[in-house]
Design a protein around this ligand. Sequence first.
Ligand code: ADP
Length: 274
Amino acid sequence: MDIRFEQVGFTYQPHTPFEQRALYDINLTIKEGSYTALVGHTGSGKSTFLQHLNALVKPTKGTVNIGDRVITPETDNKNLKPIRQQVGIVFQFPEAQLFEETVAKDIAFGPKNFGRSEVEIKAITKEVIELVGLDESYLERSPFELSGGQMRRVAIAGVLAMEPSVLVLDEPTAGLDPKGREDMMNMFNRLHEEKNMTIVLVTHLMDDVADFADYVVVLEKGTIIKQGSPREVFNDVDWLEAKHLGVPTATRFANELVKKGFVFEHLPLTTEEL
Ligand code: ADP
């Protein structure tokens, strides 16, 4: 399932004194099976963009096509539920939303709401707890007695239990230690490679972009200023003027790509300038 944005704009509280435009004329296709990294400063529109991916918000202008569903400003909210199942969003610090008394109940919450049977839910729960690198011994425990990293895994298992084909991750490794970050990024990579899940990752970690993404989108002030393969996007950067990414970040990213064998036509900054 592709997700296609056509001339999408979004304004918070339109036609009020608090009106705030967050997205302008977004044109972009998230291809089925791709791994897209979304980068941009705070306030550039990343989280507003993410909420369009499963129709949590509707565009105030333009069209979002999610598979064969067409979302426009006029779309009736009643028809949107199936999309929430197909596109799972893991928001920042998802563990804050755990609330059930056991891990099993927390994971079952989504599928139960979608009418899955007890037998189906049991099988799904067993599968997803293992997908996130835990095992069945966690299922009867309280989520609140787990470590922060384990709680986050449980929260992600709850999203996976909906069996989405697209997984959207907003800074999923924020606050984890280096080992926790590495394990979690490898877990998403396995979901991408083995389950052919489409991944959309918001990150400011350029190493992760270099290691995993096959498409990069750079947002700035509500507009896409660049999109393409990592090589295309970063070959194109005016390195000395790399304000949008922040020069140190851009330089570090370029170095990552060079290590991975990318050849730049115009090499970023000289070593003295680093
Ligand atoms: P990011 O995720 O990149 O930090 P956001 O999508 O949160 O960016 O914000 C984009 C713009 O929309 C910012 O100018 C922000 O202040 C504004 N914005 C975000 N959420 C709201 C809201 N609920 N009401 C009004 N303005 C908002």
